[in-house]
Ligand binder design. Structure first.
Ligand SMILES: Cc1ncc(COP(=O)(O)O)c(C=O)c1O
Length: 413
C-alpha cells in the first residue's frame, strides 16, 4: 500500500469524545442557574465515581492536581516529610508533594509495564532508610519518610500488592495517582479501590472529561469529610463566614459535573474503544523491527489510555524523536513520554534513586493517536506511515513472524 504524503485531516493524539446526554445535562444547569460549585450534578457525579471505582467515598475537585494536593494533606503528609514517587510521570503528583512542603524521592520504573518498580522501592527503604527518633528516616537527608505515591501511567496499573505490602512493612501511607487509569482493573478490582486513597483527573485528554476536573476516592470516611472541607475553603459557618483553617477553592462546578455525568455514562464503551485501538496497533505493528509494543500484564486490564510504543533507533532506522517529527509533517500528532522528574529543572533539587530505566524508556517512547473517536482509516494511515518510516523493508521481511495473541507478552526491539 502506498502511503499518501499527508493525512487528509490532522490526526490528533487524544481528543475528547463528547456524546450522549452532555448537552441535555449542561443545558439544565444553564436553564436553572445552578452553574457553580454547588448543585445536584456535583452530588450525582460523586455518586457515579464512587460506583465506577467501587470506593466508599468520592470528593470531586477542580482538577487532578488539586485532588492530589488534598489527598496528600488528608493522609498525613506534612512539611519536611519525604514521599516516594514515580519518576516517570506527568509532573503534577511531584508538584503536589512540593505544595504540601514535602520532598519527593524519585523512584524508577520497571521495564515490563513501565510503572513504579516495587523492587527499587523496597531497596531504597531497606538500604537508604533507618528508624531513628521513632520514625523511618532517609539516612542521607534525615527526613521522615511518610508515604508512597505510585502513578499508574498510560492506563495500566502498577503492581499494587507489592507496593501495599512494602507500605505495610514500613508503616507508610499510599496515595495512588490513578488519573490515567479510570476503569482499569488490577487483579480483577478497579484501580483506585485497592488502597486507602486515590486520585483521578478529568482533563480534556483523559478517558472521560469534565473540561477540567478531578476526584479523590477513599475508603476512609473521615478523610473524605476532611477533603470536602478543605476543598471548600474549610468553611465552618457559611452565614458568618467562619473558616476553621486555611482551605482551598478546589471544588468542581455543577456545569463540569453535568458534563462528567454524561461522560461517565459512556465510560464502558470508551474503554472498549481504547482497547480495540490498542489491539489494532498490536496486530499491525508487532512485526516492525525496532518497535516494542505496549504490554498488558496477565494480572491487569489496561484501558490503554495513551497507546505508546518504544522505538529502538538502530533497528527501526530512526529515533523516536525523529519519527515524531516525520509523523508531524504528515499531519499525525504523536508525543514522547514526559521528561522523567529526576531530569526536570523544576525538581532537580530532589533525591532520585537510580532512575536508569525511566531514562531508557524516555529515550524510546512514542505515544500514538488513540482518541476514542479515532477512525479506522486514520489509524491505518498512522500504521502505514510508521511502516514506511521503518528503515529496511528487507530486514522486516526477514524477521517476519507469525502474529501472536494480541495481548500476550510480546516484546520486541
Ligand atoms: C499522571 C497524572 N497525574 C496528575 C495529572 C493532573 O491532572 P489535572 O491536569 O487534572 O490537574 C495528570 C493529568 O493531567 C496526569 O497525567
Amino acid at each position: 500500500m502506498s502511503v499518501p504524503e499527508t493525512a487528509t485531516t490532522f490526526i490528533p493524539l487524544s481528543a475528547p469524545e463528547i456524546r450522549g446526554n452532555a448537552w441535555r445535562y449542561v443545558k439544565e444547569c444553564l436553564d436553572t442557574g445552578w452553574v457553580s460549585s454547588v448543585g445536584e450534578y456535583v452530588n450525582r457525579f460523586e455518586g457515579m465515581i464512587t460506583e465506577a471505582v467501587g470506593a466508599p467515598a468520592a470528593v470531586a475537585t477542580c482538577n487532578g492536581t488539586s485532588a492530589l494536593h488534598i489527598a496528600l494533606l488528608v493522609s498525613g503528609v506534612r512539611p519536611g516529610d519525604e514521599v516516594l514517587v514515580s519518576t516517570l510521570t506527568f509532573i503534577a503528583p511531584v508538584n503536589a508533594i512540593r505544595y504540601v512542603g514535602a520532598w519527593p524521592v524519585l523512584i524508577d520504573a520497571e521495564r515490563q509495564f513501565w510503572q513504579m518498580d516495587p523492587e527499587e522501592l523496597r531497596d531504597f527503604l531497606k538500604n537508604n532508610c533507618q528508624y531513628s527518633q521513632g520514625e523511618l528516616r532517609n539516612r542521607k537527608s534525615g527526613r521522615p519518610v511518610r508515604a508512597i505515591l505510585p502513578v499508574h501511567i498510560l492506563g495500566h496499573p502498577a503492581e499494587m500488592h507489592a507496593i501495599l505490602s512494602i507500605a505495610g512493612e514500613f508503616g507508610l501511607a499510599v496515595i495512588e495517582d490513578a488519573t490515567e487509569c479510570l476503569g482499569a482493573k488490577y487483579r480483577g478490582v478497579n484501580v483506585g479501590s485497592t488502597g486507602q486513597i486515590a486520585c483521578f483527573s478529568f482533563n480534556g485528554n483523559k478517558i472521560i472529561t469534565t473540561g477540567g476536573g478531578g476526584a479523590i476516592v477513599t475508603s476512609n470516611l473521615e478523610w473524605a469529610t476532611k477533603a470536602r472541607y478543605l476543598t471548600t475553603q474549610a468553611k465552618d459557618d457559611s452565614i458568618e463566614f467562619v473558616h476553621g483553617e486555611i482551605g482551598y477553592n478546589y471544588r468542581l462546578t455543577n456545569i463540569q459535573a453535568a458534563l462528567g455525568c454524561a461522560q461517565l455514562e459512556m465510560l464502558a464503551e470508551y474503554i472498549e474503544k481504547k482497547r480495540a485501538i490498542a489491539a489494532r496497533y498490536q496486530e499491525a505493528l508487532h512485526e516492525i523491527p525496532g518497535v516494542t509494543l505496549m504490554r498488558e500484564a496477565p494480572w491487569a486490564r489496561s484501558i490503554f489510555w495513551m497507546y505508546t510504543i518504544l522505538i529502538e533507533e538502530e533497528q527501526f532506522g530512526m529515533s523516536a524523536r525523529a519519527a515524531l517529527n516525520k509523523l508531524a509533517s504528515k499531519g499525525i500528532q504523536t508525543r514522547p513520554l514526559w521528561q522523567p522528574m529526576h531530569l526536570s529543572p523544576a525538581h532537580r533539587d530532589c533525591e532520585a534513586f537510580r532512575c536508569e530505566t525511566a531514562d531508557w524508556l524516555h529515550a524510546r517512547a512514542l505515544s500514538l493517536p488513540c482518541s476514542v473517536g479515532l477512525a479506522e482509516s486514520d489509524q491505518d494511515f498512522v500504521i502505514e506511515s510508521l511502516r514506511s518510516l521503518s528503515s529496511s523493508s528487507k530486514h522486516r521481511l526477514e524477521h517476519r513472524s507469525t502474529p501472536r495473541a494480541i495481548f500476550s507478552d510480546v516484546q520486541r526491539g
